[in-house]
Design a protein around this ligand. Structure first.
Ligand code: SLL
Length: 264
C-alpha cells in the first residue's frame, strides 16, 4: 500500500498507455499448420490470446499479471500469466469453438489500482464487414490466419506520485537530443530504447506508419479510420436529405388528396 503521508495522488492528472490485445488463430493444415501429436480429434484450430505493448514495447512496468478465463470446456480454464519484462502476456491453445475470453489485468503494486476485466471474442473463422473482407482473411497473404486484434489505451486517473514516476521514468521528453537518456527512478541514467517503428519505450506514443501485417496500429491507420468515418457521414447526410425530400413529397400529396376529398 502507498504511504499516504509521502505518496499522494496527483489531482486532476490523467495519464494513458497504449496496448494491444486479441487473438490469432489458424486452422490445422498438413503443411501450413500441422496438428501436433496428442491433440484431440475434434480440435480444428490452434490459437493464441495475448496482451502486449504497441510495437512489442514492454508494458510490464505498469502491468504485472494477466488472468485469462477461457471456456469451461477447456481443462484448467483459468490461466494466470505473470509478467516477463519485454515479453507479451500470451497463451496458446487448440480447440474447435469460438467463445468469449475474460481478460483480467492486474497492475503493478505501486499503482494501487484494482484489477480490471476486459472481454474478447475468440475468432477462429474468417469474418468481416463485407464478403470481400472475409474472403481476404480466408485467402489473402496471411493464408487463413484469423486475427482479431484491438488497440486500446489504459487510462490511469490521478495516479500516485510514485506510480507516476514509474510510468514516466525512461520517457524521452519533447524537443530534444539531450533527451536520449533521462533520469531513471532511482536517480541513475536510463537508456531509452526506440522500437523499430519509432515508438519510445515507456511512452504513450504510437507509430506514424504501418509496417506490415504484424504492426497494424499507427497514426496512418487512425487517419484511414477518420477518412472512412467522414465518407460514411457524407453518405448518411445524403440519405437523410433524400428521405426528408421523399417525406415532403408524400406530405404534399396527402394534403392534395385531402383537399380533393373535401371538395368531392
Ligand atoms: C460454441 N459456445 O459452441 C461455443 C463454445 C467451446 C470451445 C465453444 C474445447 C477445447 C478443449 C473448445 O474448443 N471449446 O476441449 O480443450 O461454439
Amino acid at each position: 500500500m502507498a504511504d499516504k503521508k509521502t505518496n499522494k495522488r496527483i489531482k486532476s492528472l490523467s495519464i494513458h498507455r497504449p496496448f494491444i490485445y486479441g487473438t490469432t488463430a489458424a486452422p490445422f493444415h498438413p503443411q501450413s499448420n500441422p496438428k501436433p501429436p496428442g491433440i484431440p480429434d475434434d480440435h480444428t484450430h490452434s490459437w493464441t490470446v495475448f496482451v502486449k505493448g504497441v510495437d512489442d514495447t514492454d508494458i510490464t512496468y505498469w502491468l504485472r499479471r494477466v488472468q485469462f478465463k477461457l471456456h469451461e470446456s477447456i481443462p484448467n480454464h483459468v490461466r494466470v500469466i505473470d509478467a516477463v519484462p519485454g515479453k507479451p502476456f500470451s497463451l496458446s491453445e487448440t480447440g474447435w469453438g469460438e467463445f468469449e475470453i475474460a481478460i483480467r489485468l492486474y497492475y503493478v503494486t505501486e499503482s494501487n489500482e484494482k484489477p480490471q476485466t476486459l472481454y474478447h471474442h475468440l475468432r477462429l473463422h474468417p469474418y468481416g464487414r463485407t464478403e470481400e473482407e472475409k474472403e481476404l482473411m480466408k485467402n489473402g497473404p496471411d493464408g487463413g490466419v484469423v486475427k482479431s486484434w484491438n488497440y486500446d489505451e489504459q487510462i490511469f486517473n490521478e495516479p500516485y506520485e510514485s506510480f507516476y514516476e514509474v510510468l514516466t521514468s525512461g520517457v524521452v521528453m519533447m524537443g530534444g537530443g539531450m533527451a536520449a537518456t533521462q533520469k531513471g527512478g532511482k536517480g541513475g541514467k536510463q537508456k531509452v530504447e526506440r522500437s523499430e517503428g519509432g515508438v519510445l519505450a515507456r511512452s504513450a506514443m504510437i507509430p506514424l506508419a504501418n509496417r506490415g501485417a504484424e504492426y497494424p496500429f499507427s497514426r496512418e491507420t487512425e487517419q484511414c479510420e477518420i477518412e472512412k468515418l467522414k465518407k460514411a457521414l457524407v453518405r448518411v447526410e445524403e440519405m437523410t436529405r433524400r428521405t426528408k425530400e421523399e417525406m415532403e413529397r408524400k406530405e404534399k400529396r396527402l394534403r392534395e388528396l385531402k383537399a380533393e376529398g373535401a371538395k368531392g
